[in-house]
Design a binder for this molecule. Structure first.
Ligand code: NA7
Length: 556
């Protein structure tokens, strides 16, 4: 039963991943009726779709998990420290069952329109089968990396073999003895390559831009470590709230937390948003650096905060990394192609590899450097570059996503007075706290552009956003408000804060291309989309806003 006399439900939610599931639980707790629409036949969101071999999370599972239920924390045991896709999906399914969430989800229901009905002040969701449902509020829990992209290459639809996308991987694919090609060397490509190389006849890796792929730190999760985690969970959950990446930096082997620097809360965003107190690389000698890398691995370079703000420091770290590629790959020409040269480390999202570079030492793996031999066409037999024809039985696209805005723009959202979101965001996403958009009353995004989103632990960000929304709805109920949307001034100020923070960082440096900037999608406005100041500072902003009667939001 809805609190409104007219709506079918109080809250309509699109998506049943981490965000949509927590939304059901949280909104239910305050007596609201919820209905979730999910395209897939199962819960899980990106962890349902990305079933490709080698898919894993690059954040420790003790962090990349819900914090709202101490009971859940105690009953769940993670088999590995950095989980495989299947283990994360099992966890999500367990949560759905434990909290009886499935009964509010309509599966196999793709949302084709999300429309504000001006006369009734309700949101209406239309699904692919034409069904319409109304709600007082609408929450877009559609994820930041949920719209896979396939490049518009010449002849792209003519390929006659088996075509796969990492983000829509079917069950039961057998690559044994096949000639396989893969386009894309971001996180997904780098995870797939070492996993499938041993079983295929030959693997051709088509690379446009080499990644900075640092070896994943993957300690085994022993029962003793898991016990230590469980004993420390309350502090882990609390500590997450005070770190830039919303990770607790708890070392389950030793039972120690990395110390939180005092300046985390005082530097107004100019902090080490990689999540540790790594200090600066600038003053370190070659010997000191060699010692650090010996102890903590090459990935430790990403922890130095000055690499994100200081060009010289960035070059110093990038150079060390280049040396690492050279020493890992036997063939000098392949090593040279795999070495990133025209942009610095910390521009694209860090890629974690498990023997990625070493895989190129295998006889059955060939790197095809598309900068040296441009891709000319996809044809029925495979791929033709300026130098060669590569005949393939299987072609894998690991070409990424229309990130952060893709799912929102694809949902066909229409706000007040017929205003289309595609029109509102034609020059880039503008909103308040990544949560709301002017002209779209009572519609909320979760971890949208303008929030830390993928720069921090998404699960913690999701809970923070849903909690904010739920508290805001409770505030509205208490004050008898019917509508909420941000003011133009608040949006302008927030967009300007986000832009200023990103200026002069490695994320926006010249030569940097990334999905954070939208450069991976032809024609997409090129703006740095996430809030870069750190999760903990972002949360402070949100808490202050809520404490001040939701300053920056207008209520009617
Ligand atoms: P990414 O990181 O966007 O990587 C996509 C890759 O595909 C990247 O190497 C691209 O090269 C490549 N690409 C894209 N279009 C083309 C064309 N036309 N030709 C050749 N190569 C192309 O996506 P992922 O799925 O790996 O990871 C996305 C996020 O998911 C990741 O950061 C984690 O947060 C989880 P480019 O660099 O653009 O030259």
């Amino acid at each position: 039963m809805s609190v409104s006399n007219f709506a079918d439900f109080d809250v309509l939610v699109v998506g049943a991943g981490f965000a949509g599931l927590y939304a059901i639980h949280r909104f239910r707790r305050q007596g609201l009726s919820v209905k979730v629409f999910e395209k897939a036949p199962e819960v899980g969101g990106c962890w349902y779709w990305n079933k490709y071999p080698g898919c894993r999370c690059d954040i420790p599972s003790v962090d990349y998990s819900y914090g709202f239920s101490p009971e859940l924390d105690q009953e769940w045991t993670w088999p590995e420290a950095y989980s495989k896709q299947a283990d994360i999906l099992n966890y999500i399914k367990h949560v759905a069952d434990k909290f009886d969430l499935r009964k509010d989800i309509q599966f196999n229901s793709e949302v084709t329109a999300v429309t504000f009905l001006d006369d009734q002040r309700l949101w209406e969701i239309t699904t692919a089968d034409g069904e319409k449902t109304t709600g007082t509020y609408c929450v877009m829990a559609t994820g930041g990396l949920s719209v896979p992209t396939k490049p518009k290459l010449a002849g792209v639809d003519t390929y006659a073999g088996l075509e796969l996308h990492t983000a829509a991987w079917p069950e039961g694919v057998d690559l044994k003895g096949k000639r396989v090609g893969i386009i894309g060397t971001g996180s997904s490509g780098v995870q797939v390559v070492p996993e499938i190389a041993p079983e295929v006849e030959h693997l051709y890796v088509f690379q446009r831009t080499p990644a900075y792929a640092t070896p994943a730190f993957e300690p085994t999760m022993t029962p003793e470590m898991m016990d230590r985690v469980k004993a420390n969970y309350p502090r882990i959950r609390e500590t997450q709230q005070f770190t830039p990446r919303a990770v607790a930096n708890f070392n389950a082997r030793t039972g120690a937390f990395a110390p939180l620097p005092d300046d985390f809360l005082t530097q107004g965003g100019r902090v080490d948003f990689r999540g540790t107190s790594g200090g600066n690389i600038k003053g370190l000698t070659t010997e000191e650096l060699a010692e650090l890398i010996k102890n903590y691995g090459i990935g430790h370079l990403l922890n130095f905060q000055d690499i994100y703000f200081d060009e010289e420091s960035n070059e110093k770290a990038s150079d060390i990394f280049r040396g690492y590629v050279k020493s890992s790959v036997r063939d000098p020409e392949t090593a040279d192609s795999l070495t990133p040269k025209n942009y610095g480390i910390g521009c694209k999202r860090p890629v974690r590899d498990r023997s990625y570079y070493q895989t190129f030492n295998r006889d059955n793996v060939t790197l095809v450097d598309l900068q040296k031999q441009p891709l000319e066409e996809v044809n029925p037999a495979g791929i033709r570059t300026s130098a060669n024809q590569y005949d393939l039985d299987v072609l894998i696209y690991a070409t990424g996503f229309d990130a952060l805005t893709g799912a929102l723009l694809k949902a066909n959202i229409t706000g007040r007075g017929g205003l289309k979101l595609t029109e509102k965001w034609q020059y880039g996403p503008v909103g308040y706290l990544g949560l709301q958009i002017e002209g779209f009353p009572n519609l909320f995004a979760v971890t949208g552009p303008g929030s830390p989103s993928a720069l921090a632990n998404m699960v913690v960000g999701i809970e923070q956003h849903i909690n904010f929304i739920a508290d805001c709805l409770a505030f509205m109920k208490e004050k008898h408000y019917a509508e909420v949307e941000p003011t133009k001034d608040a949006v302008d100020e927030w967009v300007s804060i986000c832009n200023k923070l990103a200026e002069g960082t490695s994320y926006t440096a010249s030569g940097c291309k990334s999905w954070y900037l939208g450069t991976n999608i032809p024609g997409k406005p090129q703006v740095f989309m996430p809030y870069i100041g750190g999760y903990h500072i972002f949360k402070q902003h949100c808490d202050n806003v809520a404490r001040n009667d939701y300053a920056g939001f207008a209520f009617r």
